[in-house]
Design a protein around this ligand. Structure first.
Ligand code: NAD
Length: 420
């Protein structure tokens, strides 16, 4: 997510709050309660000094705990040069509404370190992670705050994070999710977000009398979410005709061989140069004609500048906050449907919830059970969004915020935090 303000001068956090204000009436939340529900509970910034090759470097790390009315704080840790407090705050708030929308017993948080992980050696990344999590340890815990991977972090980083916390608190697998299987990770976590994107898109298609069979798909970003979304789209009979990543873009009108592409990316680190495809200008990825456009990289990529040129029937928000408010206005006027991030990418946090449950019970589920429960929880959540949107004649995003806000408000009242 870029922290740049949009044409109306709004930051990403302002944008999330504007969407909440818009949903307040729908959710039946009085204005007085809104300022409390929008504000983060706690924001922490820590120094992370790294000493390597006789040089001292220092990074800034953040954790924002937004709301825990419904359960412990939950949200990813991002390593990316654009990370700052403003971005983390917006993403933490989105997690509060996402966990409420799929009705899992968590609140919302987010964290990150402003760094470019591709320029750090493995041992520097290990040191950075160990120091960051040691400094956060006092506010983390299985019943307090449970981090997970996000952009630039992965299962390996979560394993190091668990170990850093464990040095101070004893072996505690349930303190982070998205861990390696050897440390109590869950089967099905790695592809959960991408799989969830396809579960929700397939459900939207059925609700509109359509099918994913033969549909065309374009994916921006071929990392964890984008690559597994592409894989599961193909599994459902769709054709992924173009993808890109930070280094390049490719296209094949007959449909890319996603399994071969995943193997190619594992070897080369990029989609660029994949032999079974033509090269494409990366700036044009979002403008390709397709049924489903899936931004799965950064936030703020569809704005008033390019929304008018989008040539898709549906935008599926696999990334967090890829469409700005002014971009959304243009898309909706042009009749482009948007499946919002709050539900479209909630598969990851849903399987993170399963991982936490398995760690607490010290009992591992098989892959079939994970898959069935994901379908049940995410599919059930999206069915409620579709129904609420129809009943109230609002967009899927307004319905998502309305339902989520109502749940967090009810929990806050039940705790006695809000006595209105
Ligand atoms: P990742 O680091 O695995 O992959 C990111 C991909 O985006 C990479 O292919 C990278 O090359 C590409 N990319 C980066 N900048 C780009 C640019 N300017 N243009 C085109 N491609 C670019 O990250 P991820 O975990 O797949 O996360 C992607 C998005 O999904 C983020 O917005 C993240 O917050 C969101 N998300 C992730 C999860 C999860 O479980 N990983 C869950 C919910 C939401």
């Amino acid at each position: 997510m870029s922290t740049a303000k949009d044409s109306a001068g709004q930051s990403p956090f302002d944008e999330v709050n504007a969407r909440l204000d818009e949903a307040a009436d729908l959710a039946g939340v009085p204005a007085e309660a809104m300022s409390l529900l929008k504000a983060p509970y706690r924001e922490i910034q820590v120094q992370i000094p790294i000493f390597s090759n006789s040089h001292l470097r220092h990074f800034s790390g953040y954790r924002v705990q937004h709301n825990a009315a419904r359960g412990p704080y939950k949200g990813g840790i991002r390593y990316h040069p654009h990370v700052d407090l403003e971005e983390v705050r917006a993403l933490a708030s989105l997690m509060t509404w996402k966990t409420a929308l799929v009705n899992i017993p968590f609140g919302g948080a987010k964290g990150g370190v402003a760094c470019d992980p591709s320029t750090l050696s493995e041992s520097e990344l290990y040191d950075l992670t160990t120091i960051f999590f040691s400094r956060l340890a006092m506010i983390l815990g299985p019943s307090r705050d449970i981090p997970a991977p996000d952009m630039g972090t992965n299962a390996k980083v979560m394993g190091w994070a668990m170990a850093a916390y464990g040095k101070m608190n004893g072996h505690t697998p349930a303190v982070v999710t998205g861990k390696p299987l050897s440390l109590g990770g869950s089967l099905g976590r790695e592809d959960a977000t991408g799989k969830g994107v396809v579960i929700v898109t397939g459900q939207w298609a059925r609700d509109n009398g359509l099918s994913l069979e033969g549909a065309t798909v374009v994916v921006q970003g071929f990392g964890n979410v984008g690559s597994f979304a592409a894989f599961h789209f193909v599994d459902k009979g769709a054709k992924v005709i173009a993808v890109n990543d930070i280094k390049g873009a490719i296209r094949n009108d007959k449909g890319l061989d996603i399994e071969a592409l995943m193997q190619y990316v594992a070897k080369t680190g990029t989609v660029a140069g994949f032999e079974l495809s033509d090269e494409l200008n990366s700036d044009e990825i979002l403008l390709q004609k397709c049924d489903y456009l899936v931004p799965a990289a950064l936030g703020g990529v569809i704005t008033s500048e390019n929304a008018g040129q989008i040539n898709a029937k549906v935008v599926v928000e696999a990334a967090n906050h890829p469409v700005t408010s002014d971009g959304e206005e243009i898309l909706l006027k042009a009749g482009v449907e948007i499946i919002p991030d709050l539900i479209a990418n909630a598969g990851g946090v849903t399987v993170s919830y399963f991982e936490w449950v398995q760690n607490i019970q010290q009992f591992a589920w098989n892959a079939e059970r994970v898959s069935e429960e994901l379908q049940r929880i995410l599919g059930g959540g999206f069915a409620q969004v579709l129904e609420f949107a129809k009943e109230n004649k609002v967009t899927l995003r307004q319905a998502s915020f309305g339902l989520a806000l109502r749940r967090v408000y009810e929990a806050s009242k039940a705790r006695g935090y809000i006595r209105l």
